[in-house]
Design a protein around this ligand. Structure first.
Ligand SMILES: Nc1ncnc2c1ncn2[C@@H]1O[C@H](COP(=O)(O)OP(=O)(O)OP(=O)(O)O)[C@@H](O)[C@H]1O
Ligand code: SF4
Ligand SMILES: [Mg+2]
Length: 326
């Protein structure tokens, strides 16, 4: 009998409560997430919805208040920093600001080799050979090996950050707004590069972005977060073509698109999100989205909707069937 392959990463019911001077702040609550090898999962939601906190727990840079994190079936939730060291090389992170992520006093080559040095991978010569190979893979000429980060453009710096993340042969790379600071044509180049590398190296990505067009382009699956919880998840195409949660509908309604005559669609004010989300220091009872929801009624104030299967996706709304039938 063949063993069932374990998911690369599995987050079960993870929760993160920060102790702040204003009281307990629930940044993430009851989230389940499975990252399979070679797949890309998108996390979307307004600022402060908890996306980076989920990513930091997945990377084991933060310990969840409760819930568990499994890597290839092994529960690593309570592991010490020492025990986590080999796990950390499997999980890499690319953030929004490449200039801040690179060591300014190290050359590009030294930056790429640094994680290999930290994790004791290979001898000096081997590391150099691998770093040069990665530099070529991310499309930077070999002369760049001895350059310093400030001598490169933002797009080139992000390529170096990606090469550095790949130097330790990770299974999963978290891309937290990784292309947001780049201009549109460079964004497209980096996205193509990421897709090529994924195919070649069977990488998994957790992709966080406010740009829903980018999410649609690169993600197999997407999870929509509101105030620390997932309110809708499923295959990206299904969720984006037939959103069932009122919050997902509002997020998508705010994306302008081009018209056939070269103009831009007018956004209908009434379909956009109004007001701010409630404070994570004081999460309301019932459905946390109800103060901004056009479908809200009595039941929404009393009963918190749980994530449940409706058609092709998971949705946390009492009236998802009704919305689906519209
Ligand atoms: N170390 C911390 N201490 C206290 N509160 C925190 C901490 N880190 C995050 N938070 C709070 O947790 C909530 C979620 O933050 P998080 O950074 O995960 O949001 P996000 O979805 O990544 O937002 P953005 O899109 O702006 O990056 C926010 O209310 C934030 O202020
Ligand atoms: S449960 Fe109620 S308030 Fe929440 S999203 Fe659904 S209709 Fe809106
Ligand atoms: Mg963030």
């Amino acid at each position: 009998m063949s063993a069932i392959p374990q998911p690369l990463i599995e987050l079960s019911q993870i929760r993160k409560v920060f102790r702040t001077s204003h009281g307990a702040l629930t940044a993430v609550d009851s989230i389940d997430l499975i990252v399979e090898r070679g797949s890309t999962i998108g996390l979307v939601g307004e600022s402060g919805s908890g996306k980076s906190t989920v990513a930091r727990m997945l990377l084991r840079l933060l310990t969840p208040t409760s819930g568990s994190i499994r890597i290839l079936g092994e529960d690593v939730t309570g592991w010490s920093d020492k025990k986590l060291k080999p796990v950390r090389s499997m999980l890499q992170w690319v953030s929004q600001h490449p200039a801040a992520a690179l060591f300014p006093n190290l050359t590009v080559g030294q930056n790429i080799m640094e994680p290999m040095r930290i994790h004791g991978i290979g001898m000096a010569q081997e590391r150099q050979r691998k770093a040069r190979g990665l530099l070529a893979k991310v499309g930077i000429p070999q002369e760049g090996f001895h350059a310093f980060p400030h001598e490169l453009s933002g797009g080139q710096q992000q390529r170096v950050v990606i090469a550095r993340a790949l130097s330790v042969d990770p299974g999963c790379v978290v891309l937290d707004e990784a292309v947001s600071s780049l201009d549109v044509s460079v964004q497209a180049q980096i996205l193509n590069l990421l897709q090529d590398l994924q195919e070649e190296m069977n990488l998994s990505y957790l992709f966080i972005s406010h740009n829903l067009a980018v999410i649609r382009l690169v993600c197999d699956e997407v999870a929509v977060m509101f105030l620390g919880r997932v309110v809708e998840s499923g295959k990206t195409r299904e969720v984006f073509d037939h959103p069932l949660h009122p919050y997902t509908k509002k997020l998508l309604a705010a994306v302008p698109s081009f018209t056939p005559d070269g103009g831009v669609t007018q956004l209908d004010e009434s379909s956009l999100l109004q007001g701010d989300p409630p404070s994570p220091l004081n999460i309301p009872s019932g459905c946390a989205f109800r103060s901004r929801c056009p479908y809200a009624r009595e039941r929404c104030a009393q009963e918190r909707p749980l994530l449940r299967r409706v058609g092709t996706q998971d949705v946390a709304c009492h009236f998802a069937e009704e919305i689906a039938a519209e």
